[in-house]
Design a protein around this ligand. Structure first.
Ligand code: NAD
Ligand code: ZN
Length: 674
C-alpha cells in the first residue's frame, strides 16, 4: 500500500479524469486501455481498503465522460451503465459465487448465462416508436447522452423500420456501433494518403465518426451495429430472458452478433472464453473481452445494480498484448540459412497471459529504427501466436547507464565474416555448413515433419551429435548405428532402436519432400512440389539453368538464383549424392501433363479421418492429378473430401454449397482418373 493512500487516491483520480476526457470527449487516448484499466483497478482497490477517503465523485462511481457540446442532450430514463471487469478466471468464479449467493441459490445450482463478444465500439440507445426509428443517443455519462439520430440513421445495418412492430408504442434498443477491422484499415489508408489524421484504433474511429456534425461524413464511414440490450419499453411484453430478447430482436429485423451463445454454469463461460480467444484475430471486428450476462431477466432484476454497473453482468477482459519491461541484453542468434537475428533478453514480464523473457529485434535496421539501447524500458508486444517483439523504447524514461547495441561483424558461433547482400535487411554468417549453428539448423530442418519426417529425432539430439562432430551434414544421419545411438547419454536401447527404424523408414520419401529437406533458401513446401512436378528427378534439376528454373510455376528470379547457387556448391552436390547412395528413394513421378491431368484448375480440401490413405497421401495424390489442395474451405473450393470426424470445414462447405464426397466416392472416382 502507498505510504499515503489519500494522496495516491487524489493523484489517481486526477490522472484518470484526464485520460477519460481524452478518451471519451476527444476520441484521442494517450495511454493504452490496459494501462488505464490498471490505474482504475488501483484506485478501486485503494478505495475499498480506505473507505474513509472514497469520494462520491470518484471515476469509480461514474460512467463514461461528459456529453460533448454541439449535440442536443438526451436523458436516459433508464441509465446506461458500464460493466465491471474480471481479469482472471478466479475473478469470474467470484462473480458467479456472489450472484448465486444473492439469488439464494444452492451451492450446487448453476446460473444460465449468455456469452457475448465485447465489441470495442460505442454504446448507443435507439428508440423506435410504432416500429419507426425516432431517436438515437450515445451513452454519455450514463444519465445524459448526445443526440446522434441523423448519424445513426446512416449506419447501413440499422433498420429505420422494424418488422411487424407497428403496435409497439416504444422500444429502446441498446447495442454497440463499431467499425469492422477491414473498414478501419481502409479508412486509415485513405486518411494517410490524403495527409489527414489517422485514428488510433477502430473504437476511436467509430466514436469520432458518430460524433460528426455532418451526417454525410458519417454515412461514408464503414460502421456497423449489433444490439445486446433493452431500455424503455411501452405497449409490449418483452421475452423473459436475455437470449430470448436477442432472438426476438432478430425477428424484428435487428442485427444480432451470431457469436452469442447461451450456456449453463460458469465453467461453460470459461470454455467459451478459451474458444473465442483462439479465434479472436480472425473475427471481422475488434473485441476486448467477453460479456457474461445472467440470462433470466427476473434474476437480473433481483440482482440489480450499483452506481456504475449492473450486478448481473461482467466483462472478462482479454489480457493486454503489450507490457513494459527492461531490456537486459541483446544476443545474436544464427539461423539455418546463416541469418543473424538480434534477440532481446528481457526482464521476465507477463504479456497476453504468457511470461516473456526473449523477444525478437528482427535485424540491424529495426534496431536503428527503434533507437533502443541496452538498459532501456521497452514495450513488448505479443499478439496471438506471433513471436514476441520489442515494439518501442521509452527514451523519456532513461536512467543510469545505457549501452549501445553493436551488431557483430563476425559470426558469434563460428567466427566467419557476417555479410549483407545488396537490397537485403538480413545479415548472414558466411560460414555455410562449416558453421555449427547453420549445420544444426540445416539438420533440424532436414529431419522435421514436413521434410524427411524422422520421428523422435529432436533438436537436442541434433545439437548433441553436431557438438561431438558426429553429424557434419544431413547425410551423416544415414550412417548412424544402433550401438553409437544407444551409447549416448539419456538414450535407452528402445529409443535407439525406434530412431534407427524411423531413420530407415524415412528413406522412402517423395521427391518433393527431399527437395524441401535440402533447405534451399526460399524453397518452401509448395515450391519444392512445383519443382518436383516439373523436373521429376534430381539429375534434371541439377542440370537446370536459371532460365529453365524460371519456367517453373511460382519460381521467380530470386528463388531461381538461390536454387542455382545451392546446386553450384560442390559440398551440397556431395551431400545429395551421399543421400542417394544411402538408399533414399521416391516413387517416380511422371511430370504432370498440364493439359491432360484430370483435376487441373480444381481446388480440393481434405478433412476428417481417412481409411485407405493418410491425409498427406490423399493430398499428394490429388496434386499429382493436377488439383491444388487448400487448407481451408472457401467459395473457391471445388470439392471437400471428408472422412469421419470432419468438423467446421464440413459445416462451412455445406453452408457454401461446396460439393462434399466421402472416401468411397473418392476411390470410385480415382479409378476413373488413373
Ligand atoms: N485508453 C484510455 O485512456 C481510456 C480512457 C478511458 C476508458 N478507456 C477504456 O474504456 C473502458 C471503460 O469504458 P466503459 O465504461 O465504456 O466500460 P467498458 O468498455 O469496460 O464496458 C462497458 C461497455 O461495453 C460495451 N459493450 C460491448 N459489447 C457489449 C455487450 N455485448 N453487452 C454490453 N455491453 C457491451 C458497451 O459500450 C458498454 O458501455 C476501460 O476499461 C478502458 O478499456 C480507456
Ligand atoms: Zn557462423
Amino acid at each position: 500500500m502507498p505510504a499515503d493512500p489519500a494522496k495516491r487516491i487524489a493523484e489517481l483520480i486526477a490522472l484518470i479524469e484526464r485520460y477519460s476526457q481524452e478518451y471519451y470527449e476527444h476520441d484521442a487516448p494517450s495511454i493504452s486501455d490496459a494501462e488505464y484499466d490498471q490505474l482504475f483497478r488501483e484506485l478501486q482497490t485503494l478505495e475499498v481498503q480506505n473507505p474513509q477517503y472514497a469520494r462520491r465523485d470518484s471515476p469509480t462511481q461514474r460512467v463514461g465522460g461528459k456529453p460533448v457540446e454541439g449535440f442536443a442532450p438526451v436523458m436516459h430514463v433508464i441509465p446506461m451503465l458500464s460493466l465491471d471487469n474480471a481479469f482472471s478466471n478466479d475473478e469470474l468464479l467470484d462473480f458467479d459465487r456472489r450472484a448465486r449467493e444473492r439469488l439464494g441459490l444452492l451451492e450446487t445450482a448453476t446460473i444460465d448465462y449468455v456469452c457475448e463478444p465485447k465489441l470495442d465500439g460505442i454504446a448507443v440507445a435507439i428508440r423506435y416508436e410504432r416500429g419507426m426509428l425516432v431517436q438515437a443517443a450515445t451513452r454519455g455519462d450514463g444519465q445524459t447522452g448526445e443526440d446522434i439520430t441523423h448519424n445513426v440513421k446512416t449506419v447501413k445495418n440499422i433498420p429505420l423500420q422494424l418488422h411487424g412492430a407497428e403496435s409497439i408504442d416504444a422500444l429502446e434498443v441498446r447495442g454497440e456501433i463499431f467499425m469492422p477491422k477491414r473498414g478501419f484499415t481502409r479508412l486509415n489508408q485513405r486518411a494517410e494518403a490524403q495527409g489527414e489524421k489517422t485514428f488510433a484504433n477502430p473504437r476511436n474511429a467509430a466514436a469520432g465518426s458518430l460524433r460528426q456534425l455532418d451526417p454525410a461524413i458519417t454515412a461514408k464511414r464503414p460502421l456497423a451495429f449489433y444490439c445486446y440490450g433493452v431500455g424503455v419499453t411501452q405497449g409490449v411484453d418483452i421475452p423473459d430472458s436475455q437470449y430470448g430478447l436477442l432472438r426476438w430482436y432478430e425477428s424484428l429485423g435487428l442485427p444480432v452478433n451470431d457469436e452469442v451463445q447461451a450456456v449453463s454454469g460458469i465453467q461453460a463461460c470459461i470454455d467459451y472464453y478459451e474458444q473465442l480467444s483462439r479465434r479472436r484475430s480472425g473475427l471481422d471486428y475488434d473485441i476486448d473481452g467477453i460479456v457474461y450476462k445472467v440470462n433470466s431477466l427476473a434474476e437480473q432484476a433481483d440482482l440489480g445494480f450499483v452506481s456504475r454497473a449492473p450486478r448481473w453482468a461482467i466483462a472478462r477482459k482479454f489480457p493486454a498484448e503489450e507490457a513494459l519491461t527492461h531490456l537486459l541484453d541483446v544476443e545474436f542468434q544464427v539461423g539455418r540459412t546463416g541469418a543473424i537475428t538480434p534477440v532481446a533478453r528481457l526482464e521476465p514480464v507477463s504479456v497476453g497471459g504468457v511470461v516473456v523473457s526473449n523477444a525478437t529485434l528482427h535485424n540491424a535496421d529495426e534496431i536503428d529504427r527503434l533507437q533502443v539501447k541496452i538498459g532501456d524500458l521497452v514495450v513488448v508486444r505479443r499478439a496471438g501466436d506471433v513471436i514476441p517483439q520489442v515494439a518501442r523504447a521509452l527514451p523519456e524514461e532513461r536512467r543510469g547507464e545505457l549501452r549501445k547495441i553493436v551488431f557483430p561483424s563476425h559470426c558469434p558461433v563460428c567466427g566467419s565474416a557476417i555479410v549483407r547482400e545488396e537490397g537485403e535487411a538480413v545479415q548472414r554468417c558466411s560460414g555455410a555448413l562449416t558453421c555449427s549453428a547453420q549445420r544444426k539448423g540445416a539438420i533440424i530442418h532436414f529431419v522435421s515433419r514436413k521434410a524427411m519426417d524422422i520421428e523422435g529425432f529432436g533438436e537436442k539430439l541434433v545439437e548433441q551429435l553436431v557438438d561431438i562432430e558426429r553429424l557434419k551434414d544431413p547425410s551423416d544421419i544415414y550412417g548412424l548405428t544402433f550401438n553409437e545411438l544407444a551409447a549416448l547419454p539419456r538414450m535407452g536401447a528402445k529409443s535407439a532402436q525406434n530412431l534407427i527404424d524411423a531413420i530407415d523408414r524415412s528413406k522412402r520419401t517423395t521427391f518433393a519432400r527431399f527437395l524441401y529437406a535440402l533447405g534451399i533458401r526460399e524453397v518452401g513446401v509448395t515450391t519444392a512440389e512445383r519443382l518436383a512436378d516439373y523436373f521429376g528427378d534430381i539429375e534434371s534439376l541439377i542440370a537446370a539453368s536459371v532460365d529453365d528454373l524460371l519456367a517453373v510455376p511460382d519460381v521467380g528470379p530470386i528463388v531461381a538464383n538461390h536454387i542455382r547457387s545451392f546446386l553450384n556448391s560442390s559440398t551440397h552436390l556431395e551431400v545429395i549424392s551421399t543421400l542417394v547412395q544411402a538408399g533414399l528413394s521416391w516413387p517416380e513421378v511422371a511430370p504432370i501433363d498440364v493439359d491432360n491431368a484430370p483435376l487441373v484448375g480444381q481446388t480440393w480440401v481434405v478433412t476428417g479421418k481417412l481409411e485407405t490413405f493418410s491425409r498427406e497421401e490423399a493430398t499428394e495424390l490429388l496434386k499429382s492429378l493436377g488439383a491444388s489442395v487448400a487448407g481451408s474451405v472457401s467459395n473457391k473450393t471445388t470439392v471437400l473430401l471428408a472422412g469421419p470426424g470432419a468438423g467446421s470445414k464440413l459445416a462451412k462447405a455445406q453452408a457454401l454449397g461446396v460439393e462434399v464426397i466421402n472416401e468411397d466416392e473418392f476411390l470410385a472416382r480415382k479409378s476413373a482418373w488413373i
